[in-house]
Design a protein. Structure first.
Length: 367
């Protein structure tokens, strides 16, 4: 039974102080929102955009630098992302496309990057995310680009080749895969339905615990959870958010083979909707290139980066589908094209390539 005794005077005094601070914080948040609306009016007259990822990154970096605790530094970013999201929504709705339905890791990434005060547009495929954003139905799109255990997401990489969209931001998630179904038991599971990447990331666990169950790929993990909610013989692999969304039992938690499993997501937009971010001081530039099939061609790609002291953080190849064993190379480098050494390296790199496209320059996700 609950303790009927009233709280002691010391506890009640602390609660009173917290209530007072909450009211003061609410008043300050409303003052901040009012200032944000004034900024919005100035931006309208100037014709500039509401969302500036480099500015928001600088705000968060500045707050983390002056934080004295006991609030942890890693708690600062999500708190202020929500504050900025709420203020931004007063100026205009931010429409964000991502791989749906509700409960996907893509949705979680979108909410983590933009905050919860957005207009959500769940899509049935990566292609639809790109189409919706290119057509203006969404202001931004969010797509997974690589996983720490399975590498690049092939379809997303291929779509970047010819799209007019460019990258304005990135975020990453610690991905925990959970097995879920209508019944709280491993018995009677005929098939496990999930995105191909999730099935691959859980291969070891599935081979040990469900060796005879079919592994059936679907468009997204949340779609697998939805199907599992309709058929008691199916189990899905998805997030806890998806289990709650579709009323499923979490039969087994964290079944991914890599305990440190992370997925990186990119945020894209159309150049007619949004200008390219300016340098934030902590940036990444992504590009895709191809070279002629001749000896030393790949080596020559790397020479400008070494010459100008530019660090390469990612290098991945994809077949060009020309039937001649030609490849596109996806490269991430540290820095922004406005930086002198990065600009010089990119100029020389462009001259060495048969195909050259900058996919975007954007703040690094350090939050």
């Amino acid at each position: 039974m609950p303790d009927p005794s009233p709280p002691d005077n010391g506890l009640q005094a602390l609660r009173t102080q917290i209530d007072q601070l909450d009211r003061e914080m609410l008043a300050l948040l409303n003052r901040r929102a009012a200032l944000a609306l004034e900024v919005g009016e100035i931006k309208k007259h100037e014709g500039s955009v509401v969302f500036r990822p480099e500015r928001e990154a600088q705000v968060i970096d500045g707050l983390k630098a002056v934080n004295t605790g006991p609030l942890r530094a890693e708690s600062v970013a999500p708190i202020w992302r929500e504050v900025m999201s709420a203020c931004r929504s007063l100026e205009s709705a931010t429409r964000v496309a991502y791989l749906g339905p509700a409960g996907t890791f893509s949705e979680e990434a979108a909410l983590g990057f933009f905050g919860s005060s957005i207009s959500k547009l769940p899509c049935g495929s990566f292609d639809e995310v790109f189409r919706s954003t290119a057509a203006g139905a969404a202001d931004f799109g969010v797509v997974p680009i690589e996983n720490s255990s399975e590498g690049g997401v092939a379809r997303a990489l291929d779509l970047f080749l010819h799209t007019p969209l460019f990258i304005i931001g990135e975020t990453s998630l610690f991905v925990r895969h959970n097995l879920m179904r209508r019944h709280d038991s491993l018995e009677g599971i005929s098939a496990v339905v999930a995105h191909p990447q999730a099935l691959a990331q859980c291969h070891g666990w599935l081979s040990t615990h469900l060796p005879h169950a079919e592994r059936r790929p679907v468009s997204s993990n949340a779609e697998g959870a939805r199907l599992a909610s309709l058929d008691p013989t199916l189990a899905g692999i998805a997030s806890e958010r998806a289990a709650a969304e579709f009323g499923l039992h979490l039969v087994a938690r964290a079944i991914q083979d890599d305990a440190h499993n992370r997925t990186r997501f990119l945020v894209v937009t159309h150049p007619q909707q949004h200008p390219a971010p300016k340098s934030s001081g902590h940036d990444c530039t992504s590009l895709v290139v191809s070279v002629k099939n001749q000896p030393g061609a790949v080596h020559d790609l790397l020479v400008p980066l070494k010459t100008h002291g530019v660090s390469m953080t990612r290098f991945e190849s994809r077949p060009a589908r020309s039937g001649q064993w030609e490849y596109y190379f996806y490269i991430d480098i540290e820095g922004h094209p406005d930086d002198a050494r990065v600009g010089a390296a990119l100029k020389e790199l462009r001259e060495a390539c048969a195909f050259f496209k900058v996919l975007g320059a954007y703040p690094i996700d350090v939050h």
